[in-house]
Write a protein that binds this ligand. Structure first.
Ligand SMILES: C[S@@+](CC[C@H](N)C(=O)[O-])C[C@H]1O[C@@H](n2cnc3c(N)ncnc32)[C@H](O)[C@@H]1O
Length: 340
């Protein structure tokens, strides 16, 4: 009986990681196709003396934006398609081909028309994802259901890591809270707090009423309802640094100066090199974060998964005094930014 229980738990843990492969598996092929269309393997092969090619050199040879190219190469290096090595002077790193990327040069894909990278969502639909969702209720519903599904999975883990953080907190606003799944879980886990589910008006209009939760429609770029703590999950990764800083500044304005805090639930890209000793679970989690970054590149025009250095930048630019990161052994971590 005990063994059956353990096996079931193992299967659950495995499924919670393997599901991402089915969701994001297309990112492997899309990123490889992108590199092939940009003729990255040829550029690396033809580089003088086959020296490692720095990002600047590769971006100039392929006419690709350095920031997008960096993210595509980071993902493909992680997948073992290309290698990232130190340049001869040891002052920088550069990319080289591998036997795998050389084989890509001779695949049929190479002879297909050069399309350039997959165009982002805005370029295809003429509006960003959120405006598109507003005009397409079925798409909005799908998006909200998918987010609610993730919330049911991850928010109890987040709550476990946040014990003590809600002491003395009377009101929590979940910014970009969607259907309210997250705040619903939080008010149950931490009885005594009042929740506000804050999202765009067309989203909160169709949300079901819940005990201890008010649904408030608005725009986080204008203002956020006053509260003791802000919760913001999987929202900041939809936006580039400038917008992200603006949202965080509005979170800061909504909070009391001494005790206010923002609980950011997002990935922290480790930039870990794949090594033989890396735990299988860490390896899979890092893959999901990098694949998610590929998805953000396509679904949003400026959004991205951030490294710790990138989080440090936006949090400090928004004026927060300090922050800490709590690992929850999942795709997302909890980053707590304090006003003072
Ligand atoms: C990726 S979803 C995350 C949903 C939820 N936090 C979760 O993780 O399950 C991003 C959310 O941000 C909301 N959003 C987008 N732009 C917004 C804005 N300007 N003001 C408020 N919410 C916004 C969207 O409607 C959507 O619900």
């Amino acid at each position: 009986m005990e063994e059956n229980k353990r096996n079931l738990l193992d299967e659950e843990a495995k499924a919670s990681l393997d599901i991402w492969r089915y969701l994001f598996g297309f990112a492997d092929m899309a990123a490889a196709k992108c590199a092939i269309d940009l003729k990255v393997p040829e550029a690396l092969e033809n580089h003088p003396s086959s020296r490692p090619m720095t990002l600047a050199e590769l971006s100039s040879a392929t006419s690709a934006s350095p920031s997008h190219l960096h993210r595509i190469m980071r993902f493909l290096v992680y997948q073992g398609v290309f290698k990232e090595v130190s340049t001869k002077d040891g002052l920088a790193t550069g990319y080289t081909n591998t036997p795998l990327s050389r084989r890509m040069m001779i695949t049929k894909l190479v002879s297909s028309p050069v399309n350039g990278p997959v165009p982002p969502f805005d370029a295809v639909h003429g509006k960003d994802l959120w405006s598109f969702a507003k005009d397409h209720p079925r798409h909005s519903e799908l998006l909200n259901e998918a987010m609610a599904c993730d919330a049911r999975r991850v928010v109890p883990r987040v709550a476990g890591a946040c014990q003590g953080l809600f002491d003395g907190v009377a009101t929590v606003v979940d910014v970009g809270g969607g259907t309210g799944e997250t705040i619903g879980i939080l008010v149950k886990e931490f009885p005594g707090i009042k929740g506000i589910n804050f999202d765009l008006p067309h989203v909160v209009e169709v949300v079901q009423a819940m005990d201890n939760v008010d649904n408030v429609g608005g725009d986080m770029f204008d203002s956020i309802p006053s509260c003791d703590a802000v919760f913001i999950k999987w929202v900041l990764h939809d936006w580039g640094d400038k917008d992200c800083i603006k949202i965080l500044k509005n979170c800061k304005k909504a909070l009391p100066p001494k005790t206010g805090k923002v609980l950011i639930v997002e990935s922290v890209v480790g930039e870990k090199k794949k090594t033989m000793i890396m735990e299988e679970r860490d390896e899979k989690l890092e893959y999901v974060k990098l694949a998610l970054d590929m998805v953000m590149m396509v679904h949003t025009s400026t959004g991205k998964e951030r490294t710790l250095k990138e989080w440090d930048f936006v949090i400090k630019e928004a004026g927060f005094a300090r922050y800490e990161v709590r690992d929850i052994d999942d795709v997302q971590s909890v980053i707590i930014a304090y006003r003072s």
